[in-house]
Write a protein that binds this ligand. Structure first.
Ligand SMILES: CC(C)(COP(=O)(O)OP(=O)(O)OC[C@H]1O[C@@H](n2cnc3c(N)ncnc32)[C@H](O)[C@@H]1OP(=O)(O)O)[C@@H](O)C(=O)NCCC(=O)NCCS
Length: 137
């Protein structure tokens, strides 16, 4: 098992793995556009774990010039609870720190309460002083 940077050509295999775990994905083409945009900006912040050629975990990191953030932190079901999620978050945290980032955020779907204890264990806490607003454009 090893960790490496994501490459553009990994997308199909990543999407296939994500689909087995996560029901909150954009449709394939939309997800691909977002993935390619992230890869253009900070490919060094996008990591995956591979085991015998199979992708079993991923994290897509972003840095907007102020804060660092986590997207598509997804570990294949049969590889969960083995420390991969934690390792990916800590690895991304290290890369962001090296860029001088001070605040690290993770957006979690409101219905995904199961994942909150995972983030809390890693030192994240819910922002009580910020509300995220959005507009589809
Ligand atoms: C959330 C997720 C990434 C965690 O990955 P993982 O590899 O299973 O987690 P780890 O094995 O690294 O767990 C690290 C710690 O968090 C704990 N933990 C993991 N998932 C947990 C959960 N759902 N509830 C409580 N604790 C949890 C582990 O027990 C471990 O604790 P320890 O350090 O005391 O041993 C994985 O469950 C997943 O892919 N979930 C589906 C996708 C998802 O919801 N992603 C996040 C938003 S898109």
């Amino acid at each position: 098992m090893h960790t490496r940077q994501v490459r553009l050509e990994d997308f199909d295999a990543l999407y296939a793995m994500w689909q087995t775990v996560c029901d909150q994905l954009y449709p394939f083409e939309e997800e691909k556009i977002r993935f390619e945009a992230m890869m253009q900006l900070h490919p060094d912040l996008c990591l995956l774990v591979e085991d015998a050629g199979r992708i079993v975990g991923s994290i897509l990191g972003a840095f907007d010039g102020r804060n660092g953030s986590i997207h598509r932190l997804i570990v294949a079901s049969d590889y969960q609870q083995k420390g991969l999620g934690k390792m990916l978050v800590l690895e991304l945290e290290k890369l962001l720190k090296a860029k001088g980032v001070k605040k690290f955020t993770a957006q979690v779907h409101a219905q995904n309460t199961l994942v909150l204890p995972f983030y809390e264990k890693l030192g994240f806490s819910e922002m009580s002083y910020v509300r995220t607003l959005y507009k589809d454009i």
